[in-house]
Every structure is written in structure tokens, then in C-alpha cells.
Design a protein around this ligand. Structure first.
Ligand code: ATP
Length: 271
């Protein structure tokens, strides 16, 4: 049952070229994760230690998981993913044990990249309350930190974490020797949205009426994940109309559909 909490992929199929608009972030991830795995001597020669852990932070759906998978692909590493929320919610009382298993599995499968999504679930700023649930979360986090402390002789294992709630993080996990390399992954700007749209429409038969650059301008606030569903929805409208070519109006309808879904999903405020 415990193994089910982890997603394990040998050398995932995501490539840097599949990621739009994150050139700077890609460069930083390569420096912090790829270089130490592929060329550790470089760090020894220069006389510095590579970063212990990398923390990717930014809104949901912006490409954090993709970045981690792309590095695993590039380094031919096993990608081992675990969500912080699963560590503490799914297997109550087993969080610390799961963390131990995670690092054991990584050692068996090295080179490996451990990816902990939603790290905030185990590393939020402490509130005053000291309920048993809190103590369990605390133990899970202590286990993670102690695994990372024992990382000096770690061999070929890298650890990447991600969060959408950087402001809520316990700053203790950001100290040197812990998650000591921060990389912000923001919402894409117009240029980034254009790159992402090109990637996700790459296999689509677009009519000349579709202007991706204009579409990028019109989709301010969309994340990569939302742009991907925009392209998919547009394709669905073409299929409904029994066409294989995707037209501008398909994207217009897709936009309308997504916007209405978004406003329907807005939570009602309580006063
Ligand atoms: P979360 O915080 O919700 O886990 P995330 O930042 O890890 O989100 P991903 O899982 O990497 O987001 O992205 C989800 C999907 O959205 C990807 O599989 C991809 O199809 C699309 N996507 C997101 N960002 C990008 C991007 N920069 N370029 C291309 N596709 C993207």
C-alpha cells in the first residue's frame, strides 16, 4: 500500500523543449540539479558543495512538475514523486516512515530525483495549536530534514520540492543544507504564453485564421495548464462540428467555456 503513495517513473518522457517560457528557470534547475549529477567533479574542483535541495515555487499549473521530470529525463534518473498532502493525510501515522521509504527507494534506484509536491503540507509555519495531527506533521518534516542532513555522502540522489504557498512555509526548511536553492516559477507572460500555445497546438491542424500571438495576448492570467486545456477544448469544438481543422471560432468558444467554468468555480465568500 505504501508504494502506491509514490509515483515512480524511469527517465520520464518530458523534455526541456516541452516547457514553454521558462528559459531562466530551466537554466537554474539544470545548474542546481543536472550539473551535480552529471559532473560532480566540477564542484569539487571549484571547492563548493552543490545545493542540497531545490525548491520550486509559484502558482499551480505553471510547469514545476514538468521541470523536475525534464531534469530526470536529461540525467537518465528515476523520478520518484510524492505529494506532501499524501504523506500526512493518506497514511495517518506513517508520514515519517514514508519519508524513510522514499529515500531508501531512491538509494536503490540511483541516479534518482525525489520530487516532493505540496511541500507546504508538511512544512508550514507552526500555529499555536499542538494537536496530535500537528505533531504527526512535525515528525514527518523532521524525518525529511534528517534524511537531507545525511545527504553528504548521498551519491546520485537529488531532491526537488514544489509549493504554491511559499508565504506559508516554515523558513527553517530553507536554511543552508536544506532547500537552499529557490527558483520561482511564475505565471507566463505574453511571450511565454505564445511559446506554450505553440507547444500545445504543435500537433493540431490550425486554420490560417488562428493567430497564436494574438491568442497569447488575450489570455493574460492563464497558466500553462490552462492554456493546454484551452487548446484541447478548441479541438473538442472542431470535433463536435465534424472538422479536423481548428479555427479561430473554436478558440473563441473554448475561451468562453473556460471563463464561464472559472467564474462558476469561484468560491462563495462567507461574511
Ligand atoms: P501543481 O502546482 O498544480 O502541481 P505544476 O506547476 O507542477 O502544478 P505541471 O504539473 O508541471 O504544473 O503542469 C501541468 C500541465 O500543464 C503540464 O502537464 C503541461 O501540459 C501544462 N503546462 C504547465 N506549464 C507549462 C509550460 N510552462 N509549458 C508547457 N506546458 C505547461
Amino acid at each position: 500500500a505504501r508504494a502506491q503513495a509514490m509515483e515512480v517513473v524511469e527517465s520520464p518522457s518530458v523534455d526541456y523543449a516541452d516547457i514553454g517560457g521558462l528559459e531562466e528557470q530551466t537554466r537554474e534547475v539544470r545548474e542546481a540539479v543536472e550539473a551535480p549529477l552529471l559532473d560532480p567533479e566540477q564542484f569539487e574542483t571549484v571547492g563548493i558543495s552543490p545545493p542540497t535541495g531545490v525548491l520550486l515555487h509559484g502558482p499551480p499549473g505553471t510547469g514545476k512538475t514538468m521541470l523536475a521530470k525534464a531534469v530526470a529525463n536529461q540525467t537518465d534518473a528515476t523520478f520518484i514523486k510524492m505529494a506532501g498532502s499524501e504523506l500526512v493525510q493518506k497514511f495517518i501515522g506513517e508520514g515519517a516512515r514514508l519519508v524513510r521509504d522514499l529515500f531508501e527507494l531512491a538509494a536503490e534506484r540511483e541516479p534518482a530525483i525525489i520530487f516532493i509536491d505540496e511541500i507546504d503540507a508538511i512544512a508550514s509555519k507552526r500555529t499555536e495549536s499542538k494537536t496530535s495531527g500537528d505533531a504527526e506533521v512535525q515528525r514527518t518534516m523532521m524525518q525529511l530534514l534528517s534524511e537531507m542532513d545525511g545527504f553528504d555522502q548521498r551519491g546520485d540522489i537529488s531532491i526537488i520540492a514544489a509549493t504554491n504557498r511559499f508565504d506559508m512555509l516554515d523558513r527553517a526548511i530553507l536554511r543552508p543544507g536544506r532547500f537552499d536553492r529557490l527558483i520561482e516559477v511564475p505565471e507566463p507572460n505574453a511571450e511565454g504564453r505564445h511559446e506554450i500555445l505553440k507547444i500545445h497546438t504543435g500537433r493540431m491542424n490550425l486554420a490560417d485564421s488562428v493567430d497564436l500571438e494574438a491568442l497569447a495576448e488575450d489570455t493574460e492570467g492563464f497558466t500553462g495548464a490552462e492554456l493546454e486545456s484551452l487548446a484541447t477544448e478548441a479541438g473538442m469544438f472542431a470535433i463536435r462540428d465534424e472538422r479536423t481543422e481548428i479555427r479561430r471560432e473554436d478558440f473563441d468558444e473554448a475561451m468562453a467555456k473556460i471563463s464561464s467554468e472559472e467564474s462558476a468555480g469561484t468560491p462563495i465568500a462567507f461574511y
